[in-house]
Design a protein. Sequence first.
Length: 428
Amino acid sequence: MRGLTVQVRDPVATRVAAVLDERLETHTDAPLAVALSGGSDSLALLHLVSGWARLNGRPVIALTVDHGLQDASADWASRCAAMAAERGRAHRTLAWTGDKPKTGLPAAARAARHALLARAAREAGASVLLMGHTASDLGESAAMRAAGSSVPDAREWAPSPAWPEGRGVFVLRPLLTVLRGELQDWLARRGVSWIDDPANLDLRYARARARVAKPLARPAALARGPHFNVEAMYGRGGEIILFRDAPARILSAACLCAAGTSTPPRTEQLTNLLDRIAQEDVIATLAGARIQAAGDTLTVSRETGELSRAPLSPLALCQNEPAVFDGRFELTAGAPGLTVQPLWGHAALLPKSEQTALKALPSAVRGSLPVVSDGAGHWTCPILAVSPSVRIRSLVQVRFEAALGLITKEADAHPVARHGEPGGGVLH
């Protein structure tokens, strides 16, 4: 009797592959970026993603952040490079340099990590950054909230929280249905060892205390990300126009995106504003945004008055290198020697045709628009005129749609500029 070949089903790989199949494209040259710390979660992620990518024709690059907080961190980064090489994958180490805060270190490290990873992913041409958060992390977050923390759950798919470094980059967490112990068993069966960071057991930090408190069961529900039905219009000046009865979460996202900031409004302030909006027409400032409630609509835009309290310095534009102005517009110079700054105080320097076009925009948005100078006395607002000298893309709409969960997979995530405004000031 001929022998039979029996295929053993891998439940961990099957669960992860189902998420990757749903969210990612196949057979494209765009790489997938994997955050690799060398711990069991991220190392298992690299192995699982590499297997999927090999079957689906995708390149992979592993990215390691060296926070410089442990004596062994440089050695760990070298070990991560070796781990990636063993899988035949490219690797890059990203260093968090500069002074470290005395307090709030975990939050600062997390923000720095997201910014470094997002920037490196974009530079590599990746629109998806995969991270190794697990079902155990969700359990730890629940324990932290029970102890009084306000930490949110990690979501399976979400826009990068780093801004503007993370523009066009989405974070995918395909391990949220898998416990850390399952991943460690999965690696051990394959003879793969990982790095144990002692900081994970440092009881000065809330997550470490939650991790050692008790065994964690798999959460009953998975946070796959919000998806709101919303109707909105977008102005040329970067404003977002909503129906007046827009709920708090949508107005919060609109403030964040229209203002170009990275810190959303505080819940108490947002609630108080919504109470006012329900009773009367108002013009208010919140988290760097200007909100005007009139008739049936809410118009949310950048608060120009902020420029008098905290002026933006001119930003030098490098030729053919995209740069973000005020968190809202991406500009690419087609010539050397150009700088960009707010239009506030410079409107009289524009060509007459642009001054006329400026009058057609709401007065509230004019001062915060970008104006470009060549240093020789020529000025232009690239929102108002078209030329190859400087191209502009509005990031407001696509960021707003991402925040509302309207972009749910890689195929819809790029290019960032699909809603961008064409433009370019004429520099004679």
